[in-house]
Design a protein around this ligand. Structure first.
Ligand code: FMN
Length: 194
């Protein structure tokens, strides 16, 4: 291997993602939990499956394995503070001041998200220092407007343009100008994506 973990992580950071918060009811009688996750991906349309990856060393590992259902909340552009909140291990089970409602069974849904998917755990795969959690979507809600919170190279950002590449690849057709794209630096632990 010709690279170290830090280099690998920085190279992966070139891949821009949205941000989600994965939430679940507590299995230990305590507070529900939320964890900031950008490794979310769609897997299958029929059946409806999605995935995310979780560090084995996460304090939430046991909770995720035990919780047979969870929600994936896709953050909107103004929810950077929520991303920071749920990326901090000291506040992943702190809900004071967080606008949320609770589904039957206690899974939290964050208010103001672009979409949420309520899932039952389909399978969990071991994958190096992470686990891959595959969820079967049982219900969902989504907004037709609003813009996503973005994450790239350890920084948060907003969509600047939406466009359709032209057929010959030489130009693009701008369809919408959304918001100017200033990135906001992340504080400690900014490497973020895991
Ligand atoms: C933008 C961003 C994306 C993240 N994505 C993931 C992820 O996909 N999987 C993961 O396990 N942790 C991810 N993290 C880290 C967790 O949110 C959290 O900081 C970490 O689990 C520390 O919690 P712990 O002290 O319980 O281990 C991400 C953090 C940030 C800021």
């Amino acid at each position: 291997m010709s690279f170290d973990v830090k280099t690998f992580r920085r190279a992966l950071g070139c891949f821009a993602t949205g941000i989600t918060v994965v939430t679940a009811a507590a299995h230990d009688g305590g507070e529900p939990f939320g964890v900031t996750v950008n490794s979310f991906a769609s897997v299958s349309l029929d059946p409806p499956l999605v995935l995310f990856c979780l560090m084995r060393t996460s304090r939430l590992y046991e909770n995720v394995v035990a919780a047979r259902s969870f929600a994936i909340n896709i953050l909107s552009e103004d929810q950077g503070p929520l991303s920071m909140h749920f990326a901090s291990s000291s506040s992943q089970r702190r809900w004071v001041g967080v606008a949320a409602r609770f589904l039957e069974g206690g899974t939290p849904i964050l208010e103001g998200c672009l979409a949420h998917f309520h899932c039952t755990t389909e399978t969990i795969h071991e994958a190096g220092d992470h686990i891959i959690v595959i969820g079967r979507v049982q219900s969902l809600e989504w907004q037709t407007d609003g813009q996503p919170l973005l994450y790239v190279r350890g920084r948060y950002g907003r969509l600047a343009d939406l466009f359709v590449p032209s057929a010959d690849g030489s130009a693009t057709t701008k369809t919408t100008t959304v918001v100017s794209g200033d990135a906001v630096a992340v504080g400690a632990g900014d490497a973020g994506q895991s």
